[in-house]
Write a protein of this length. Structure first.
Length: 193
């Protein structure tokens, strides 16, 4: 049965990777699938708590980079706090609106375009400087794209770690060993009889 659970885990990991590519929280889907696999196979000891903690840390870090990438890009261009918030909101709205066209490329393009528009328009309303607004929007879109690419890289890393550590061909539970002296004595006594 563990091989069936492992095959299902691989499907969940692949689905999580696809969700991550389309800017949805696929890393959390991957983590939840891994935790479920760990619970289902806990008696065999394929997955340890360290693996779960490592995947949780990677998922949290990936989400932070993804969410704050556009704001950090806008801040690099000297954006106001409102423009950074506008970049995040614009990225969410843009990815939803363009998801219906050229899926999944539309989702990624929509997130970047939405960051550009959200940060740029908000900066224009705050500072009334078109050049600065375009610069802020460009850096917000660039930051969002960077965040998406880094999150996909984290998802690939999570998939590799989860697939390797959950491999049901070995057990991580240490097996009791027979002391060498007792094994030698038994072997000698059985051969002399």
């Amino acid at each position: 049965m563990p091989i069936v659970y492992y095959a299902l885990l691989l499907l969940v990991l692949l689905a999580g990777l696809v969700l991550t590519v389309v800017t949805l929280p696929g890393t959390w889907v991957m983590l939840l699938g891994f935790i479920l696999y760990a619970l289902l196979t806990r008696s065999a000891g394929y997955v340890g708590w360290r693996s779960v903690v490592a995947l949780f840390a990677l998922a949290a870090l990936a989400e932070m980079v993804d969410i704050f990438g556009s704001g950090a890009g806008a801040k690099k261009a000297g954006a106001s706090r409102r423009a950074m918030i506008g970049a995040v909101i614009g990225g969410i709205v843009g990815s939803i609106c363009l998801s219906f066209f050229l899926f999944p490329i539309g989702t990624i393009a929509g997130a970047c375009i939405g960051c550009f528009v959200g940060a740029g328009l908000t900066e224009l309303l705050v500072r009334r400087d078109l050049g600065q607004s375009v610069r802020v929007g460009f850096h917000a879109a660039k930051g969002r794209l960077f965040g998406i690419v880094v999150k996909i890289m984290f998802a690939v890393l999570m998939m590799a770690i989860a697939a390797w550590t959950a491999l049901p061909l070995r057990s991580h539970i240490p097996q009791p060993t027979v002391p060498l002296r007792a094994a030698t004595t038994t072997a000698v006594s059985t051969s002399s009889s």
